[in-house]
Design a binder for this molecule. Structure first.
Ligand code: PLP
Length: 227
């Protein structure tokens, strides 16, 4: 396909090429980096063009919104993998476990416990990441970086969750690299292989710092319209 900036399929191709280059520059294998196409606010038609361009892994940040779109989309595209990348309330744990394959936002015991309970009752295992509030922003979700290692251990031993790694969203006004480096350091300490970090503005930088999963919306779908 032509790398064409006018459509989502073309922009997807451009992002994939940029991921390949960033991996190469960092001396990493591009296959070790997973692109999650973030489809929040996008309708079926917009998502379909990206599915038809071959993308199989998508991220949504709201359980309710994802529920209105993905069961129907998956009838046509059954082999898609869905990642929850936004905050989870415990009263949405059941729906989240039903719909998603991964949850990136485990950040407190109440959620860890609710997700564990639902996985058991639905007999389904989701891969989980612990969200770390690397900027210690009071309004932002995520566990405090100093408590992350202990929390990861607890998720494993007490709740039996399949914790694969860590996720962060750096503060907008700060140098993202500092936060990527901190997340990597905590992951190494915990012996965790997965690092979900990097969005449209900084995924190449995140790859330089070891990201294994980048979450890219705008660079694929174009600017979001929240109206
Ligand atoms: C929306 C969102 C993204 C994608 O952001 P873009 O800047 O559009 O690439 C990534 N991660 C999370 C948690 C998001 O909510």
């Amino acid at each position: 396909m032509d790398a064409n900036m006018d459509n989502a399929g073309g922009r997807l191709q451009i992002v994939k090429e940029a991921i390949g280059k960033a991996a190469e520059t960092a001396g990493r294998d591009p296959h070790d980096i997973t692109l999650i196409a973030v489809s929040k606010t996008r309708d079926f038609e917009e998502i379909r063009s990206v599915l038809e361009a071959g993308q199989k892994i998508f991220g949504e940040n709201r359980v309710q919104e994802a529920q209105t779109k993905w069961p129907a989309i998956r009838e046509d595209f059954p082999d898609t993998e869905l990642h929850l990348i936004g905050p989870l309330q415990s009263n949405k744990a059941r729906d989240a476990v039903t719909l998603f394959d991964w949850i990136h936002t485990i950040d407190r015991e109440k959620i860890a416990s609710a997700v564990a309970r639902e996985m058991e009752s639905q007999n389904k295992i989701l891969r989980c990441l612990v969200q770390v509030n690397t900027g210690m922003e009071p309004q932002k979700a995520g566990i405090d970086p100093t408590k992350a290692a202990e929390f990861v251990e607890k998720c494993r031993s007490e709740f039996n969750l399949d914790i694969q790694g860590l996720m962060c969203i750096p503060p907008i006004e700060e140098e993202a690299a500092l936060h990527f480096a901190l997340l990597k350091k905590i992951a190494e300490k915990c012996n965790l292989p997965v690092l979900s970090m990097g969005m449209s503005a900084d995924y190449e930088k995140a790859i330089a710092y070891g990201a294994t999963h980048v979450r890219v919306g705008t660079a694929i779908f174009g600017p979001r319209d929240y109206s």
